[in-house]
Design a protein around this ligand. Structure first.
Ligand code: FES
Length: 141
């Protein structure tokens, strides 16, 4: 992803914040809802993988428990974080998260929010950003 795209996303996030579409709670920045977002297929997501979802500040991963999805909006000040290998790094102030979105090192005050994810009969995945779920949620596949 280019720096220009990241900057544009940041501006859009700030605009959303000013419109009340997202808010800062006691635990940090909450991501704006993006509605239902297509996220590839189960077959393309091997166990142990974690990747960003093209064009959106979202990640989808799969572990031995199943498929999960989470925001890539940092809980510190709302920058878009990057998936790097099996970890996640914020380019703004250096926060690091593990593959499940837990804070490894700050200043991020809280984990990345997880979203519900579903699969249709053909294995097409959809992330439902309007539904925040527990970080232990997994879609059994
Ligand atoms: S916005 Fe991510 S560490 Fe500050």
């Amino acid at each position: 992803m280019t720096g220009l795209t990241t900057c544009r996303r940041r501006l859009l996030q700030m605009a959303a914040l000013s419109l009340g579409a997202a808010h800062c709670g006691p635990s940090g920045v909450q991501p704006a809802s993006l509605g239902d977002v297509p996220a590839g297929t189960v077959a393309s997501l091997s166990i142990g993988s974690l990747r960003s979802v093209g064009g959106e500040p979202l990640a989808i991963g799969r572990d031995s428990g199943g498929v999960y999805a989470m925001t890539l909006t940092c809980t510190h000040a709302g920058c878009e974080v990057n998936v790097i290998g099996q970890g996640i790094v914020c380019p703004c102030h250096g926060s690091r998260f593990d593959a499940n979105g837990n804070v490894v090192s700050g200043p991020a005050p809280s984990p990345l929010d997880h979203f519900a994810v579903s699969a249709d009969g053909s294995g097409n995945l959809t992330i439902h950003t309007g539904t925040v779920v527990d970080s232990g949620f997994r879609l059994k596949v």
